[in-house]
Design a protein around this ligand. Structure first.
Ligand code: SF4
Length: 299
């Protein structure tokens, strides 16, 4: 990062002077997302609960980064996404984590969970490892709230895009995630990924908003292709501020969920996964909220 560089990695483009501040200027400043002058990691380890091609046989090598560019009121990872729990890591330490996942844990891939504020550090760590002959495919695992320019610049960190399509209306995105331009940004990111890399689109069905999940499936089928792999998720469980925000204070009803799974079938989506509503385990859904920090397996 150049001296005084302002961060514009995500669509917020808040221009926080997170990286080396200009001479004479105040020290590094945290951005809207809360990210500061180095990468921050909450937990890392093998994850066996991701979609089958991502978890594979040996598990996906997840790195859960602290902070997030979205501000979802129902976030299930609030201890680290909103509140910033985690450990600041140097690029060398990040490379060490990635090396352990690749060599000791034999992970199938490096699964970067909410990586966007830290992409420069991740790339630097990856380059150092590549020089030692250590490499794995990268999964870019995010809300889909991304800038095309950033995806282009960090293309090498996106062998598989695991992107959400969370809302089809910006009014909802503004109210629930403080992201009033989410729809166009996430759809553009998904379109970019469909054209440039492997893509899995996650559709988390939110209580009271099943119609938006269906609208996103319709957009995917008509605007891109129904050959895209979609992962329809039933696991929503009230968390964080949403515990007191009807209708987000309940789980998804069978009627709501089936309206989405039937739409997925009607639109011709055959490549992907549909979570079983009856089997959706609230304890698993709140894994993020209850997960301890540092190194460990996630099942
Ligand atoms: S990644 Fe964080 S610091 Fe960078 S533009 Fe987005 S909100 Fe601002």
């Amino acid at each position: 990062m150049s001296e005084g560089a302002a961060c514009e990695l995500c669509p917020r483009r808040c221009r926080a002077a997170r990286f080396a501040p200009a001479r004479g200027a105040a020290g590094p400043r945290a951005g809207f997302c809360g990210a500061g002058a180095c990468a921050r990691v909450f937990r890392w380890g093998l994850h066996f609960g991701e979609e089958p091609p991502i978890a594979g046989e040996h598990g996906s090598g997840c790195i859960f980064f602290s902070r997030c560019t979205m501000k979802c009121v129902y976030c299930q990872n609030s201890p680290w996404s909103w509140k910033g729990a985690g450990e600041d890591v140097t690029t060398e330490r990040l490379a060490q984590i990635m090396r352990t996942l690749a060599i000791d844990d034999r992970a199938e891939n490096w699964n970067l969970v909410s990586p966007t504020p830290y992409l420069p550090y991740i790339r630097e760590a990856a380059h150092a490892l590549a020089a030692d002959g250590v490499a794995l495919p990268f999964v870019w695992n995010s809300s889909g709230y991304e800038r095309i320019e950033t995806l282009e610049e960090y293309r090498e960190l996106c062998d598989i895009a695991l992107f959400d399509l969370r809302y089809s209306r910006n009014e909802t995105a503004a109210r629930l995630s403080s992201a009033p331009d989410y729809v166009e940004k996430a759809r553009a990111a998904v379109g970019w990924a469909a054209a440039n890399t492997r893509l899995v689109v996650r559709i988390l069905v939110l209580p009271g908003h099943a119609d938006e999940a269906i609208e996103n499936l319709a957009w995917l089928a008509t605007g891109l292709s129904s050959d895209i792999a979609v992962s329809v998720m039933a696991q929503y469980t009230p968390a964080y501020m949403a515990k007191d925000m009807p209708p987000l204070d309940r789980t998804v009803t069978r009627e709501e969920y089936e309206s989405v799974t039937e739409a997925a079938a009607d639109f011709g989506f055959e490549n992907g996964w549909i979570q079983d509503l009856a089997a959706a385990d609230p304890a698993l859904a709140l894994l993020g909220e209850n997960m301890p920090p540092e190194h460990g397996t996630v099942r």
